[in-house]
Design a protein around this ligand. Structure first.
Ligand code: ZN
Length: 366
C-alpha cells in the first residue's frame, strides 16, 4: 500500500487504495517513510445521529517542510456495502488501545445493531450493521490540524467518519457541542473556595438539558471530572459537523494581583476568533449581552483570540463564554448558587437559539 502526506489536492477523497506506481507521477509530493497507524476509535451517540470515527495518523519527519499547513494526509480505504451493513477497511497499522475492540462490540443504538472492529497486518476493518429503516451511512474525512512534536516532526491525523443520521435528514435539528472547560487535575481558576472546573461542568449540564428540551442534538466534551485534550474537544465538533462549539469557562485575575484590586473587577465576556473560517462574532455579541443581562453584571469587551486551540482547531463556529469573574466576592457568591448557574445556562441557550433563528431567517431571504 502507498500513502501520502501531500500538498497536492489531487489525492483527496479517493475511495480505493492507490497502487504504488501512482506515487511516482507526483514527484513534488514527498512520500514519507512512516506507515499510517490507526490510533483511536471515537463513537458519539446523539438523539438524532450516531457517529463512528477512526483516527488515522502518520508522521512527517522533521525539517521536510517549514509550512505544515500546506500538507494534507489522506488515508487509503475501501468500502463494502450490503443492504443493512457497511464495512470499511483502512490501510493502516492497527495501534488502537486494546479495549477498543470490546468497546466497539458493546455499542448498540436505535440505529446501529452491531459494530465489529478487526485488525490484520497493516489493515483495520470496521463493520457496522445498521437499521436501514432509520438511517443510511454517510462517509466523510475530517482533519485535525497538524501537530508539531518536540523533535520537529509533524503528526497528521485524519478521521474516517461514518455518520448515521435519522432519515429524513432534511428535518435534522442543529448540533451543539458544549465544552465544560478544564477537568481532572486541571482545576481552572480557584477563588473563594470555588473550582472553575466544577462550575463550568454544572453550567454545561444545565445548558445541555435546555438545548435538548428544545430538540437540539447536544454533545458534551465531558460529563464528569475528566480532562479531554483541547484537540480532542475540537475534534468532537469537527467530527459531528456541529453547528456550534461553545466552551464554558469562568474568568480569573492574575494570581499576583493584589486582593484589593481583584475586588474591582466583576462581569462577563466572550472570546471568539476573527480569523476562523467561520467566525462567530455575532453570536459572541449576543451571548455577552444575554449573560450580562441575565446575571445583572458588567460586560467586558469581547476578546478576539485566534491563538486559542479550541478556537483555531475547530472547523465550525466556536466561542468561549467566560460567565463571571471568580475572584470578585459578589460574582463568586452568585456562581456558588445553582439558581444563578441556571440563569447563566438559560442565557446561553436563549442567545444561541436567537442566533440560529436570525441565521435561518436571513438564509431564507426574509
Ligand atoms: Zn477556564
Amino acid at each position: 500500500m502507498s500513502f501520502f502526506v501531500s500538498c497536492v489536492s489531487l489525492f483527496i477523497a479517493l475511495l480505493l487504495f492507490f497502487p504504488v506506481s501512482t506515487a511516482a507521477n507526483f514527484t513534488a509530493s514527498p512520500t514519507i517513510t512512516n506507515a499510517p497507524v490507526a490510533a483511536e476509535l471515537k463513537f458519539f451517540s446523539l438523539d438524532h445521529k450516531d457517529v463512528a470515527a477512526v483516527a488515522i495518523e502518520t508522521r512527517l519527519p522533521a525539517a521536510n517542510e517549514s509550512d505544515p499547513s500546506c500538507y494534507t494526509f489522506e488515508p487509503q480505504y475501501r468500502i463494502a456495502r450490503a443492504s443493512d451493513s457497511i464495512t470499511i477497511t483502512i490501510a493502516a497499522q492497527p495501534m488502537l488501545p486494546a479495549n477498543s475492540y470490546a468497546q466497539a462490540s458493546a455499542i448498540r443504538t436505535a440505529r446501529l445493531n452491531q459494530l465489529t472492529m478487526t485488525a490484520a497486518d497493516n489493515e483495520i476493518s470496521l463493520a457496522i450493521a445498521y437499521n436501514p429503516k432509520k438511517s443510511e451511512p454517510a462517509i466523510t474525512t475530517v482533519k485535525r490540524k497538524p501537530v508539531i512534536q518536540p523533535d520537529n516532526s509533524i503528526i497528521f491525523r485524519t478521521y474516517l467518519v461514518l455518520t448515521f443520521a435519522d432519515t429524513p435528514t432534511a428535518k435534522l435539528p442543529k448540533t451543539i457541542v458544549l465544552d465544560p472547560g478544564h477537568g481532572g487535575t486541571a482545576l481552572g481558576a480557584t477563588s473563594n473556595d470555588l473550582l472553575e472546573k466544577e462550575l463550568n461542568l454544572d453550567i454545561a449540564l444545565l445548558s445541555r438539558d435546555l438545548f435538548r428540551g428544545q430538540g437540539y442534538d447536544v454533545y458534551l466534551t465531558r460529563t464528569d471530572d475528566s480532562n479531554p485534550s483541547l484537540l480532542d474537544r475540537a475534534d468532537a465538533a469537527n467530527i459531528l459537523q456541529a453547528d456550534l462549539f461553545l466552551s464554558i469557562h469562568n474568568n480569573s485575575m492574575p494570581a499576583d494581583m493584589p486582593a484589593a484590586a481583584k475586588r474591582l473587577y466583576r462581569g462577563t465576556t466572550v472570546l471568539y476568533n476573527s480569523s476562523a473560517n467561520k467566525p462567530a462574532k455575532e453570536l459572541a455579541i449576543m451571548l455577552a449581552d444575554q449573560l450580562a443581562a441575565a446575571l445583572r453584571i458588567h460586560q467586558y469587551p469581547l476578546q478576539d483570540r485566534p491563538g486559542l486551540v479550541v478556537l483555531n482547531a475547530t472547523h465550525v463556529p466556536a466561542v468561549i463564554a467566560e460567565v463571571a469573574m471568580m475572584p470578585h466576592p459578589q460574582d463568586a457568591k452568585m456562581l456558588s448558587q445553582r439558581i444563578y448557574r441556571l440563569e447563566a445556562a438559560q442565557a446561553i441557550f436563549q442567545a444561541t437559539d436567537k442566533y440560529f433563528s436570525i441565521i435561518s431567517l436571513s438564509a431564507g431571504g426574509i
